[in-house]
Design a protein around this ligand. Structure first.
Ligand SMILES: [Zn+2]
Length: 303
């Protein structure tokens, strides 16, 4: 799954940016000369900001603390999409509403980057087919690094004059993500193995769990916006009791009621909000902070 590139490429890129300096405006940008990028979620907007730096102006359609799955674009969002020189989404059912917004904005000609689609190394989770692949790949930092590669390529294509700068900034960001990935592993290792069990509101953690050695016992809803049947919830309660789950996690952008009910039925505690599809208020204002915050909550609740 690692897609390491030759160091020589990075060195060449660094040299190129040094020579290029600030000469030349982007081929396509806003009045400030920055490349206008529009993403579906705040998480992807943060990744684009890290790769694009001062060269890009990034807007997320879905606000922080909001649910991307059930989001309904407004007329203002159509105008935002119409202004984009590059559109960034995940795909795999997370944010497919963007396709209609693109049609409404007559933006079919705007480059569209789908971060999660057809990634090398993606393995289907149990019960999935290629048509129902879980979209939350970025919660595994290794996949986030693949997203960053794709962002750097797409920015470079949309703004070739600064392609080398995007490569350099992506390389630096990926080094931070490598450190983040190592940190997660050391943190999870402090949780007693028998306690490494997770119940969340929606199914956003299978890739995180697989990569970092956590077992998903269940999720409160099969899909955001759909109330679970009584039978589904009864089965989940049994699974939680049988597995000896220590805590049930709610997620910031979803109502806590259902998770609270699960907790009272099972005797589990409900712990601090996790973040996955959207950034939140400080300190959870970046992708890296999402991973750090969630990992810290897991360690505190399960140790
Ligand atoms: Zn989600």
């Amino acid at each position: 799954m690692r897609l390491s590139r030759p160091i020589a490429v990075f060195l060449a890129a660094a040299a190129a940016i040094a020579m290029a300096g600030c000469v030349g405006a982007p081929t396509s940008g806003d009045a400030s000369g920055k490349l206008t990028v529009v993403t579906t979620t705040t998480v992807f907007a943060d990744m684009v900001s890290n790769v694009g730096g001062d060269l890009v102006s990034v807007t997320s359609i879905v606000p922080k603390n909001a649910d991307v799955h059930t989001f309904e674009p407004r007329p203002a969002d159509v105008r935002t999409v119409a202004s984009a020189k590059l559109l960034v989404m995940n795909g795999l059912g997370l944010d497919d509403w963007l396709q209609k917004t693109i049609t409404d904005a007559s933006a079919a000609g705007t480059p569209l980057l789908q971060l999660g689609v057809d990634l090398p190394g993606v393995i289907l989770l149990p019960g999935e087919t290629s048509a129902t692949e879980n979209p939350h790949l970025w919660m595994d930092v290794k996949y986030a690094e693949l997203y960053v590669d794709r962002i750097a390529q797409a920015l470079g294509s949309a703004d070739p004059a600064h392609a080398a700068a995007y490569e350099t900034q992506a390389a630096a960001y990926k080094q931070q993500l490598e450190a983040l990935d190592s940190w997660v592993r050391t943190q999870i290792a402090t949780i007693p193995e028998a306690n490494r069990k997770l119940v969340t509101f929606h199914d956003a953690f299978p890739y995180y769990a697989r990569e970092y050695g956590i077992t998903i016992v269940g999720v409160a809803v099969e899909a955001p916006g759909q109330d679970p049947s009584a039978g589904y919830t009864a089965q989940l309660i049994t699974a939680i009791k049988n597995a000896g789950v220590k805590a049930i996690f709610s997620e910031a952008q979803f109502p806590a009621k259902l998770v609270d009910e699960l907790a009272s039925e099972t005797g589990c505690k409900v712990v601090s909000n996790l973040y996955d599809d959207a950034l939140g208020d400080p300190p959870v204002t970046s992708y890296e902070e999402v991973i750090r915050w969630d990992t810290t909550q897991l360690v505190q609740a399960l140790s």
